[in-house]
Structure formats: C-alpha cells, structure tokens
Write a protein that binds this ligand. Structure first.
Ligand code: MSP
Length: 512
C-alpha cells in the first residue's frame, strides 16, 4: 500500500470560510477520496493559518483577543468542512504548541546546517497585509497591491532576519526543469521559471512589532527578539503536522501533494523547497496551483462587496450537488465562474435529467420486469466503451496529466449519456412484451446496472453521499468504500436486489 500525504493551503483565520476556500478543499477532497479508492494509505491535511498581522488586526477591529478570534473561526471552518463532506484526517492550527516547537526546530536546523542562509538586514518597503508579504514595484498599481486593491499598503522600515533565498535560484530552476511534475499545471511552472529568470530576492524571516506570532529562535545582534514572519512559519505546517522533529515524522514526510491557489504557488514552489533544502530535508513531491473561482467574472472580496453566502449556495441543492457543480464548472487548472444560472442548469441537466433519471429508469425496470433481482447478462457495448475510457479518467485524477478533475467528470458524464441512449435504443419496455426477447431484456438490464454501479464508484470522490445512495439502491452487498477501481472490470451485479429509494436529484418544482 503506498502512502499518500496530501495537503491544502491553511486558511487565514481572519474571516469565515468563503467560496474560494471551499473550492480548494472540495478539489483536494476529491483527490483524497480517489486515492483511498485506489487503496492508498491516505493522509489528508487541512488547517488554519492563525498568526500574522492580518489576524491581529482583525481581532483588534473586533475588540477581542486574537486567540478568541482564531478559536471561533477554527470551529466555523471545521463545521463548514464537515457540512461539505471534506474527509480530512488532520486539522492543523498554527497556534498549536506542537507546531510552534516544530517551527523552532526547523529554523534551528537551518542555522546549524547552513548558518549563512540567515543574515540580519535593515529593510524598508511596502507591506501588503492582505498577502502578508512585501511587494515589489511591479506588484503595485496606483499605490495598491494588485491582488488586494481595497487595502492600504503599509510602509515598513525594520531590521530583520533574512533568509538567503537568492542562493537557491539555480537549485530551484534545475528542479523545475529536470522534474517538471514537481510543479503543475504548466502555466504555473512557466510563471515560476520566468520569475527565476528575473532572479529571486531574499525574503524576510522575522518581523519586529508583530506580537501575534511565534518567537524567532535567535535574537538580533542588538538583543531584540523578533517574531517569525508569518509565511516562514505557515509553510512548515505541512512538516510540523507529521510531528517533526519528534516521533515517526519521517514515515510520513515528504508530502506527495500540496494543493494551493495560484496566488500562493510562488511561496510553495520557491520559498518552501528552499527552506527544506537549507534544512537538509526531503522536498514535497508535487505542488498543484489551482485557479480561482470568480463571481460574475470578478474576484470576490469582503471589502469589494462581491460575495456569495456559502451556506445559501449549499442549501440550494445540497452539498454533493454543490461539490459537483464547482468541480465540473471551474476547471481545476484555470479560473472559472460561479453563477446561479449555470448552477441551476447543471443541476437540472447533468444531475436530475441525466444521471438521476438513468438511475431511476433502470432501477424501476429491474423492479418491474425482474422482480427487483438483477439478472445475469453478458457484457455489452456499454461495458466495452466505458472500459475504453477508464484510463482517461485515471489520468485526469492521478496526476499523470495533472489534476484535471473537470475532465474526469466529463468522462463519467459521457458514460451517463451513453447509458440513456442505450435505454432508448433497446427500449426494454418493448422487449418485456415479447417472451422471445427475454434474454435480450436481461442482458440489457444487467449491463445498465453494472454501468450505474461503476459510475457510482467513479463519482464517489466527487459526490460521496449520492454515490453511496445509488450504490445502496442498486442493492450492492459490499460497502462502496471497500470498492477498489481495479475491481470494476470484473464487477458482477448478478443477484443484487434493487431498492428504489428517494429520487437522487429531485427535479425542481416549476415556479407557481
Ligand atoms: N494562509 C495562506 C496560505 C498559507 S499555506 C502555508 C493563505 N490563506 S487564504 O485564506 O488567503 O487562502 C487559502 C487558500 O484559498 C489559498 O490556496 C488561496 O489560493 C485559496 N483561495 C482564496 N480565494 C480563492 C478563490 N477565489 N478561488 C480559489 N481559491 C482561492 O493564502
């Protein structure tokens, strides 16, 4: 059994979960569930980024202690992930004592192994609290950070510890060239290669005047103790989550996959590997930089007032339909938009009319013509064509061609369309009237139940509850979670007793 440790970004604890956070967690969850169905030993980590100026300022504005703020928000995030069926194995919080000790150990290790990688420097520049980072001139337009145009940049003059990121330029370039799979999709990798060509600047590793953070393990030569720069402690969460530096951390590290948004790919593909290399630790195998969900073509933000109430969107058709919609509609390698019209269209056409209808037709016919017991029947064209596309599904899910979750869903829905066409073509209701066609009727229905059962397994990473519901209605005898993809080719549904339940995706009632 191979182990698969995957992570998402840890979310800033300065507000409630929003659509962008949800999109990333849902995508990562589909990959985690897919890996479990392959039989991997999966460890899926999510969590909260609880230190830094942004959190400190939000707490101040609300007149509460930062710890109280992060405690409340961490509950909100966990409740939301539960509602969305995010099957994480571990929830990391950067205010945990274990994380603080791990960060300290990592920084001390860099000091031991590469003492000149840290140096003191007086620095001045524009700081964006939204990004929690210093901004170069090229990232500032009209005096504002291009990513956070509603925030005011802060002019900062400090003497800090710096990390000699520039020293790792050639190392990072060589890695991206020799091992292109370490950063995908290619669009992100090209961006990073261009950045490397312009040259990397050293980054601050500590901050003064920031109370809400982890003390930097070494004071400045003046004796001043500083706080660890928030990114410098946030990135190591993936490592400290394994228990580093104690216990069996090395049995889990390195991570197989970090899933993060395109705005922070740079931190994960430049600073993070450089830090690990400096500490003499193994590097994560892959980083995937997904795109952004937009609302009506725009980036949403609290301050700009472009927003969507996550609970309202989930209430519309339930968590699984919401998961399906986001992953089908917003390509995992690019940007895409959420819109209520598209959501309703997809719900009605893909879920209610296509998949839900196929399931309900087939189950009803097995009840009507075969007393609810799935007959035996040889493989048909439906089985062969599904099998021919299975490889494409896996390549879209396992990283071979990247993590193209929308592609995997497209492939399954091709099979759904074929199923509905096959029903229409075979017209089992006609076959049922002619006793001479009994064998053909049984072959048809057996083939359709087999197809639905396979679809349930392939859809399970995306809509775990609906897949299980269908699986149960088909009368499967073993739990869906015990299925493995390699069993699909020989799946035998003979003798399953179907049980028609509630409609999987109830049709919308026409407006009165
Ligand atoms: N705390 C940092 C990450 C530290 S990881 C060591 C952070 N937090 S965040 O709350 O701003 O964002 C968390 C994740 O959500 C990031 O991967 C970010 O790219 C993603 N998204 C935020 N808005 C998004 C969209 N509108 N669409 C998709 N994902 C986006 O950055």
């Amino acid at each position: 059994m191979s182990s698969y440790f995957l992570t998402t970004a840890i979310d800033y604890a300065n507000g409630d979960p929003h659509l962008g956070h949800a999109y990333e967690k849902i995508g990562a969850d589909a990959i985690a569930r897919y890996r479990r169905l392959r039989g991997d030993d999966v460890h899926f980590l999510v969590g909260m980024d609880e230190h830094g100026q942004k959190v400190e300022q939000t707490a101040q504005a609300q007149g509460i202690a930062p710890q109280a703020l992060v405690d409340t928000l961490s509950d909100h995030f966990q409740a939301m992930w539960k509602r969305l069926g995010i099957s994480y194995d571990q929830f990391m919080r950067t205010t945990d004592a274990q994380h603080k000790a791990g960060v300290r150990a990592l920084i001390e290790r860099i000091f031991e192994r590469n003492p000149t990688d840290f140096y003191e420097k007086a620095y001045e520049g524009w700081y964006c609290v939204g990004c929690e980072s210093f901004k170069q001139d090229a990232e500032i337009v009209d005096g504002k950070c291009v990513l956070h145009p509603t925030r005011t940049l802060e002019w900062v003059e400090e003497r800090n510890w710096f990390f000699r990121l520039s020293r790792y330029t050639d190392f990072l370039r060589a890695r991206l060239i020799d091992h292109p799979e370490t950063l995908q999709p290619d669009s992100r990798r090209n961006e990073m290669l261009a950045l490397l060509d312009r040259g990397l600047e050293d980054v601050s590793a500590s901050r003064s005047r920031l109370a809400w953070g982890i003390p930097f393990p070494k004071p400045l030569s003046s004796g001043e103790t500083q706080t660890t720069y928030v990114w410098f402690e946030a990135l190591p969460n993936y490592l400290t989550a394994t228990g580093f530096p104690d216990g069996a951390w090395a049995s889990r590290w390195p991570a197989q996959l970090h899933i993060v948004g395109k705005d922070i790919t740079r931190f994960h593909s430049m600073i993070w590997p450089a830090m690990l290399e400096a500490a003499g630790l193994p590097l994560p195998e892959r980083v995937w930089g997904h795109g952004f969900v937009l609302l009506g073509g725009e980036r949403f933000s609290k301050s700009a007032g472009v927003r969507l109430d996550l609970n309202e969107a989930i209430d519309r058709f339930g968590p699984d339909a919401f998961r399906y919609f986001l992953l089908r509609e917003v390509p995992f390698d690019a940007d895409g938009s959420f819109s209520w019209e598209r959501f309703e269209d997809r719900y009605n056409s893909d879920l209610a009319n296509a998949w839900g209808n196929l399931a309900s037709r087939v189950i009803s016919m097995v009840e009507r013509y075969c007393e609810g017991i799935v007959p035996s029947g040889a493989r048909t064209d439906v089985d062969t064509r599904d099998a021919a596309e299975l490889l494409e599904y896996h390549e879209a899910m396992d990283g071979t061609r990247g993590f193209l979750l929308h592609e995997a869903l497209r492939i399954v829905w091709q099979s759904v369309a074929r199923g509905n066409e096959y029903v229409d073509r075979q017209a089992p209701w006609k076959l049922a009237k002619d006793p001479a066609q009994r064998a053909e009727l049984e072959t048809t229905l057996a083939s359709l139940v087999r197809q639905l059962a396979r679809q349930a397994v392939l859809v399970a990473p995306f809509m775990p509850d609906k897949a299980q519901e269908l699986w149960t209605q088909l009368g499967a005898t073993r739990p869906l979670a015990n299925q493995r993809f390699h069993m699909l080719a020989t799946l035998d549904v003979t003798g399953w007793q179907v049980r028609k339940g509630e409609s999987l995706f109830p049709k919308e009632k026409p407006a009165a």
